[in-house]
Design a protein around this ligand. Sequence first.
Ligand code: GDP
Ligand code: MG
Length: 256
Amino acid sequence: MSTRSGFVALAGRPNVGKSTLVNSMVGHKVAIVSDKPQTTRRAIRGVVTAPGRYQLVLTDLPGVQRPRDALTERMQHRVESELAEADAALFVVNGEQGVGGPGDVFIAEALAGPTVPVVIAVNKVDRLDRPRSVLALQAASELVPDAEVFPVSARTGKGVGVLVEHLAGLLPEGPFYFPPEEVSDQPEHVLLAELVREQVLHRTRQEVPHAVEVQVDEIHEQHDLVVVHAFLWVETESQKGILIGARGRMIKAIGI
Ligand code: GDP
Ligand code: MG
């Protein structure tokens, strides 16, 4: 029996639900999820494997998350070379906030040139009634000519299976890139660092900037526990104070 395998480049404005969708597609928690934009700082790759059938490797498409000025030549070049390596692009839009704003149009333009199939996921449809869903799907279908459009809820999982099956159908025949049990090509310590960082951002709100870095130093087993030692790097003494918290309450909560 032949298998399919390949790469799908993920694009979409901040906060549309890309990380949540990756988690939902993979079925494991691999990408950091936050209600603040731009927390995904690495090209996180989730791997969706249907044993014996297909393996879909999700990569982050860099550079097109938000319109700055125009799409510079350098950025367009970066996007194109990334897309040249991909078998499809998955463009995530936010159905709840209205589809087709300047940010969406900016990304659509970047995706329209290169010749990979573009699939649009209209996310957060759990927040939409029928008429608004129809409008969002309509607006999405006008974004990129020939793109297939799928309504999904990354949060509830609705529509995600259908989307994955469609993407898998776009992949060429070929052997798997990763062992089926692997959900991410990021080493364990990187995934753990992302989880710690997620807690820092979640608990400190605006007080500690996204510049915080987490470095996992050591992972070991102790009885039936896995003990993780991590360093948190911040830029100022006052940020350090916030992270530690009164009587160490904050750092304790982050650790737990
Ligand atoms: P990213 O910046 O595109 O990676 O977005 P995230 O995955 O971090 O999600 C941003 C916010 O949207 C988080 O608060 C998510 O919980 C929320 N979110 C993501 N998907 C859905 C969805 O399908 N429905 C709803 N209601 N919220 C969602
Ligand atoms: Mg994200």
